[in-house]
Design a binder for this molecule. Sequence first.
Ligand code: 8DG
Ligand code: MG
Ligand code: MG
Length: 141
Amino acid sequence: MENRPRVGVVVFVLRGKSVLLGQRRSSIGDSTYALPGGHLEFGESFEECAARELKEETGLDIEKLEFLTVRNSVFLENPKPSHYVVIFLRAALADPLQEPQNLEPDKCHGWDWYEWNNLPQPLFWPLEKMVQSGFNPFPID
Ligand code: 8DG
Ligand code: MG
Ligand code: MG
């Protein structure tokens, strides 16, 4: 099959000063900390995709979804090179007391909340690049 860019949708779930990250189990970025998200399906809106992927991966329900930015992620060094146009949203928990479950343990070592000013290492490199450039997903107050 011909290689073409695919669309990824990922979400910063914000809780207080923290974001939700999971340690990937994948040929792309294995063991690095990344946002929840996945592939846009045919006919989906970005918001529908983010809510569906988050639900599938963590069981969490979100509200107040907002578009933040878009990035071009090219992974040429991988066994199977891939290229994603990645849409970044932010959201809040529908129930602030709901905790994430690791519903796809073959794809993730586990989910947890991390303070934005004390993020774990190593971050998945597209996320690391955003952080290094000064990107901040929190609303300005
Ligand atoms: P699916 O089969 O459930 O649809 O997809 P997935 O298995 O959940 O896909 P994914 O790898 O989680 O996300 C798709 C791609 O998006 C990923 O391979 C590379 C790109 N991507 C980034 N940054 C991030 C990120 O922070 N988190 C996630 N999950 N994907 C990201 O460029
Ligand atoms: Mg997924
Ligand atoms: Mg995923």
